[in-house]
Design a protein around this ligand. Structure first.
Ligand code: ZN
Length: 136
C-alpha cells in the first residue's frame, strides 16, 4: 500500500526503532508511548485491521506479542502488560494496517480500566443469541 505508514516503516522508508524482526513480523517502539517501552507488533503483509488480516499472519504476530511482552517486562521492570488493538476509526485506529500495542504497566501509573456500563440480564441474553448466530 502506497500511503501506508507501516508499510513504509517495514520497507525502511520511514525510520523506526525496531526491537524485533523476522520474515513476517516486526516490532517497533511506539513514538507516543503510554509508558516507556510501549511497542507495536506489526505483520509485514498489508491488510487493514483484525477483521481483514490473514489468519496465519495473525497467529505469527500474537506469538511475537508474547515474546516482546516478556522482553519489555524485563527491560523496563514493568509490573504488568496490557495488549491493545484498535480496529476501525470508531475504535481509535489511526493507521489502517493491523498492529498490536504491547504496553508496559506499573502500579499507580495513572491509567484506569475501561468504565463498564450497566446492562440487564435480558439484554445480555439477547446479545449472546445474536452473536452466537453469527458464529455458526
Ligand atoms: Zn500497510
Amino acid at each position: 500500500m502506497q500511503d501506508c505508514m507501516f508499510c513504509k516503516i517495514i520497507k525502511g522508508e520511514i525510520p523506526s526503532h525496531k526491537v524485533y524482526e523476522d520474515k513476517d513480523t516486526v516490532a517497533i517502539l511506539d513514538i507516543r508511548p503510554i509508558n516507556a517501552g510501549h511497542t507495536l507488533v506489526v505483520p509485514k503483509k498489508h491488510s487493514t485491521d483484525l477483521l481483514d488480516i490473514d489468519d496465519e499472519d495473525l497467529k505469527k504476530a500474537i506469538v511475537v506479542v508474547k515474546r516482546v511482552a516478556k522482553a519489555i517486562k524485563e527491560a523496563v521492570n514493568a509490573q504488568g502488560i496490557n495488549l491493545g488493538m484498535n480496529n476501525g476509526k470508531a475504535a481509535g485506529q489511526l493507521v489502517f494496517h493491523p498492529h498490536l500495542h504491547v504496553m508496559p504497566r506499573f502500579e499507580n501509573d495513572g491509567y484506569k480500566h475501561w468504565a463498564g456500563k450497566d446492562i440487564s440480564g435480558e439484554e445480555l441474553k439477547s446479545l449472546a443469541e445474536k452473536i452466537k448466530k453469527k458464529l455458526l
